[in-house]
Write a protein that binds this ligand. Structure first.
Ligand code: 5AD
Ligand code: SF4
Length: 487
């Protein structure tokens, strides 16, 4: 199905956290929203480990609870308050046993609402925005001394500097696939979107910072890196040769790192897909054949009113150029239905665009009025029932395209990077080049390796595979092919 990329999970990998520090304590982190929050939550765990914190997935035993929040749609933001209601009960129950519990709200709701959060939910001890988590130990101390802590400064340089210092520390074991933030913030100001307000202006990390962190990750066992940014393909970083590099050049550099066999990047804006980046999809076997390139709407009128600064025809031409470079690419996107002023005809234009592009997957949402954005003040807001009906129709179309894409993989042999144990005993789950999960019966020692797998069945989201006999780590060479191809 075409559900959201929202990740809601109790985060923090216990293996990532060294049992160090004076007092042993437990932290429960819940991550909402995009992958950038997942990355931030992982870095919070790195910061907290030397303070004696280890992860728990059981909120009842947590000395510290952190909600790393998302503000993109109203539902995501409101979910935080309902979760805080539940946490209050746990905190009260712990207090009866004489145990303390600190509660922190991090991420974009924290940035957008600041003090308002502890007013609405008095159990919250500290509120800190996405650019402050590296100051967590200090903030925790302040909160422990009874202050209500609210830290929502935009200080991206200090966060990036901290990330690099962290990356320079001794090698830590990492999961086979990891995120790496290369850029934060956005200057595009799409009229529906809060990101320019919650994450601030677009800032890129330098080439050196990114390459060092990627090397560190590879040394810790990472085989696949997904570069992250709200506007990742708008990244432009200073290199030590004094030049400013774009994303294409960065990917070429990262592809040289030993052990990094797979590269991905997300999320991109159509206007920032330059020739070098498009050509990288032809040139780099490490660059996986999957591209998330949101268009939001297929109507020129709505695109203009969303301030997307491109037309549907320009988007079609872009997709053509990308597919000329790599015909095997799985296209993905984001769609918003019910943006103010969207008529039946505008919606039909979106459906028509989807039919023409043929997506491998996509995420789709009902328009949500966000305070402070121009869209929230526009006239002609679309009634909820119309949004609901359009979303269902659009998701049905995307689901059929996703099924068709997955069915076209049947019988292929492709590389799978095994990431973790599967639900059934004896099963591992890995990722295909096109980003679908692939459950395969395989021995545990293959976690962290890339193996050729034959696709023998398809589900709505997954591909089912079997290991090719005499397995070996194929080092990320095979991205797809029919059975006959020799490997
Ligand atoms: N309402 C609905 N969807 C939104 N998105 C961003 N802002 C809104 C909003 N106000 C969607 C866009 C974006 C994705 C991350 O979330 O499709 O690409
Ligand atoms: Fe939001 Fe538009 Fe920036 Fe994406 S490009 S983060 S949708 S303002």
């Amino acid at each position: 199905m075409t559900q959201r990329q929202d990740v809601e999970k109790a985060d923090l990998n216990a293996n990532d956290i060294a049992s160090a520090g004076p007092e042993k304590r437990k932290v429960f982190v819940k991550t909402y929203g995009c992958q950038m929050n997942v990355y931030d939550s992982e870095r919070m765990s790195d910061v907290l480990a030397p303070e004696g914190f280890s992860a728990t997935e059981n909120v009842e035993e947590a000395d510290l609870v952190i909600l790393n929040t998302c503000h993109i749609r109203e539902k995501a933001a409101e979910k935080v308050y309902s979760d805080l209601g539940r946490i209050r009960k746990v905190k009260e129950a712990r207090a009866l046993e004489g145990k303390d519990m600190m509660v922190g709200v991090a991420g974009c709701v924290a940035q957008a609402e600041g003090e308002e959060i502890s007013r609405r939910a008095p159990i919250v001890d500290l509120v800190f925005g996405p650019q402050s988590y590296h100051r967590l130990p200090k903030l925790l101390n302040d909160a422990r001394s009874g202050q209500k802590v609210v830290e929502t400064e935009f200080d991206i340089d200090s966060k990036f500097k901290h990330l690099s210092e962290q990356a320079a520390r001794p090698v830590m074991k990492r999961p086979p696939a990891a995120f790496l933030t290369v850029q934060e913030g956005c200057d595009k100001f799409c009229t529906f979107c809060v990101v320019p307000y919650t994450r601030g202006a677009e800032v890129s990390r330098s080439v050196e910072q990114i390459v060092d962190e990627a090397r560190q990750m590879a040394a810790g066992g990472v085989r696949e890196v997904t570069l992250l940014g709200q506007n990742v393909n708008g990244w432009h970083g200073q290199a030590s040769d004094g030049q400013t590099w774009g994303m294409g050049r960065l990917l070429r550099e990262l592809a040289q790192i030993d052990g990094l066999d797979r590269l991905r990047y997300t999320t991109s804006h159509p206007r920032d897909m330059d020739d070098d980046l498009i050509e990288a999809h032809r040139d780099l076997k490490e660059l996986m054949p999957y591209l998330h390139l949101p268009v939001q709407s297929g109507s020129d009128k709505i695109l203009a009113s969303m301030n997307r600064k491109h037309t549907r025809d320009e988007y079609f031409r872009l997709i053509d150029r990308i597919r000329t470079m790599n015909p095997d690419i799985a296209m993905s996107g984001d769609f918003i239905v019910g943006f103010p002023g969207e008529t039946d005809q505008d919606f039909e234009d979106t459906m028509d665009l989807i039919r023409k592009v043929e997506y491998g997957s996509a995420f789709s949402f009902k328009y949500s009025q966000r305070p402070g954005t121009p869209g929230a003040l526009m006239e002609d807001q679309v009634p909820e029932d119309v949004k609901t009906a359009r979303l269902a129709e659009l998701q049905e179309l995307i689901a059929s395209q996703q099924t068709a894409f997955n069915a076209s993989r049947q019988g292929m042999i492709c590389d799978v990077l095994f990431e973790r144990k599967g639900r059934n005993p004896g099963q591992l789950v890995g990722k295909s080049p096109w980003l679908q999960p692939v459950p395969v019966d395989a021995p545990e020692e293959l976690i962290g390796t890339i193996q050729p797998v034959e696709i023998v069945g398809i589900g709505s989201n997954s591909l089912f595979g079997t290991l090719i006999a005499g397995h070996h780590d194929s080092g990320g060479m095979i991205t797809g092919g029919v059975k006959e191809i020799a490997i």
